[in-house]
Design a protein around this ligand. Structure first.
Ligand code: URA
Length: 495
């Protein structure tokens, strides 16, 4: 007799059933694996809803499960499970069970045999997931929406339909790539939401509401309401978290019903204020490539609208084995004309500070958070006036920085100014006081990451005392990279 096992779509449920079934000695041909979330009928069905006949089979009692050393599956199988289980077809469970069964029956080296037909099925599934993940990395398109509850007052929303159930698995990729912006990726299966602290998952966006990009705001409004967190309304989180029974007695909480009633208006306002944004640089970046190749590829980047402003992208400069990286904001007028970072007036201030700190510039890798020059419109031939890049420009350009810093892998990173610091630590980062001592902290780019003042800010400072303090901070910070003698190369002392 064939047993039918109905799964709830989760790997945990498969694990529990497979363990019990193998323990009971039930062979693969004795089981029919059903998974309504992965069956063809799931197409168009409301996510998360099971029909009467689709109710998941009760989980076997773990304590009653037969304990057998054969059920300790080898690492090659266990490690592959989370990826392969993203495959969007219920046949995946049978494929996984067949291999687990054969391993448990004594074929411990099975996973190492790529010519085995059952292993080859799993490999094909694993590759399909890999391709799907790659596509998702390249093709998720975010749209900016004003969101007073999000960091920097903006949230980036994408709607995407992956071929496989990879949203939860891939959320960590997007968290790593876009740590500094609040984003949501909505898919028919699951929605992922990042707020700078954690990724939360909610139910999928129904397929019949699957929008083209123009309908995104409407869909988002629905989902915003479903994840709306009253603690983010501008009254204190403490009050918002207060049990309802106290609401009547605390005067501040009187605002809560009003604020909540205001949500639809805010959502409409968000939709009105939304606007399309250009793509990220991600599809243009040959991640994993050496610096030479990054430099060659950079001119083709169309990751944001700045590539259309008639300026060229300026690549970083310096040796790939540099132990220290200096990160600026964006190239200036002189840098854009010459195609080299920090060679204009700000570069002169930087060079002077390096000299005082006793550091040879040629030993460093020097680059910018944004590779194009954002400027005010200027008459032809006139010096173009710098315009600060927005956090959106920084975020869109970040894949270049990720790729450069992956290639250099520095021990020390010095952020010159707030834009550079926000590219690394997020948009809420606040600059230190000029009188503060340099402080090294860990970032995802370097163990010792320091923040100091931008040379151009020193030039602009109107108060001479403040300018002097900022300059001293810059020099001390550069010198601090020498605290670890391997972090950068000191100029040989004269004589
Ligand atoms: N300012 C920067 O941030 N970078 C440069 O390359 C030049 C000026």
């Amino acid at each position: 007799m064939t047993r039918t096992v109905v799964l709830d779509g989760t790997l945990d449920a498969f694990r529990a059933h497979a363990r019990a079934l193998i323990g009971e000695g039930v062979p693969p041909e004795g089981i029919r694996w059903r998974d309504p979330l992965r069956s063809p009928r799931a197409e168009g069905a409301e996510p998360g809803l099971f029909g009467a006949t689709d109710a998941p089979s009760p989980l076997p009692d773990r304590t009653a499960a037969v304990r057998s050393p054969a059920l300790e599956l080898p690492r090659a199988y266990v490690d592959a499970l989370p990826t392969i289980s993203c495959y969007r077809d219920e046949s995946v469970w049978r494929a996984l069970y067949v291999v687990a069964w054969r391993i448990a029956r004594g074929d411990r080296g099975l996973m190492a045999d790529p010519l085995d037909a059952d292993v080859a099925v799993l490999q094909r599934m694993r590759k399909a997931i890999g391709r799907d993940a790659h596509k998702m990395h390249a093709f998720v398109r975010f749209r900016r929406i004003e969101d007073p509850g999000a960091r920097g007052g903006e949230r980036f929303i994408a709607w995407y339909r992956p071929s496989h159930l990879i949203v939860e698995r891939e959320a960590s990729f997007f968290r790593g790539r876009f740590p500094s912006m609040d984003w949501s990726i909505l898919t028919p299966d699951r929605c992922a939401h990042w707020d700078g602290r954690e990724v939360r998952f909610t139910e999928g966006a129904p397929r019949d509401a699957a929008p083209d990009h123009d309908e995104l705001e409407e869909l988002w409004c629905t989902y915003y309401a479903s994840i709306f967190n009253p603690a983010r309304v501008k009254i204190s989180a403490m009050v918002a978290e207060m049990p309802r029974k106290f609401w009547d007695t605390l005067p501040e909480t009187k605002q809560i019903p009003e604020l909540l009633a205001d949500v639809p208006r805010r959502l409409e306002e968000m939709a009105r204020n939304s606007r399309a944004v250009a793509d990220s640089a991600a599809p243009f970046v040959p991640f994993g490539a050496p610096l030479d190749e990054l430099r060659e590829t950079l001119p083709g980047c169309e990751g944001c609208e700045l590539h259309r402003n008639g300026t060229r992208a300026v690549a970083g400069e310096g040796p790939q084995d540099a132990s220290t990286v200096l990160l600026g904001e964006q190239p200036g007028d002189t840098e854009e004309r010459a195609g080299r970072p920090f060679i204009g007036p700000a570069g002169e201030v930087l060079d002077a500070a390096l000299e005082v700190a006793g550091i040879r510039r040629e030993a460093l890798y020097v680059t910018n958070a944004v590779k194009h020059f954002r400027h005010e419109p200027a008459p032809r031939g006139k010096r173009r006036l710098h315009k600060r890049p927005t956090i959106e420009h920084v975020t869109r350009c970040q894949p270049w920085l990720d790729a450069e810093l992956a290639a250099v892998a520095p021990r020390a990173l010095v952020c010159l100014g707030a834009t550079a610091a926000r590219a690394v630590f997020g948009p809420t980062f606040r600059m230190p006081d000029p009188g503060a001592a340099p402080e090294a902290r860990t970032s995802r780019y370097a163990d010792a990451t320091l923040v100091t003042f931008h040379p151009a800010a020193i030039l602009r400072a109107e108060d001479p005392a403040r300018a002097a303090a900022m300059r001293a901070h810059l020099e001390q910070t550069l010198r601090a990279t020498l605290a670890d003698p391997a972090a950068t190369t000191a100029r040989p002392s004269p004589g």
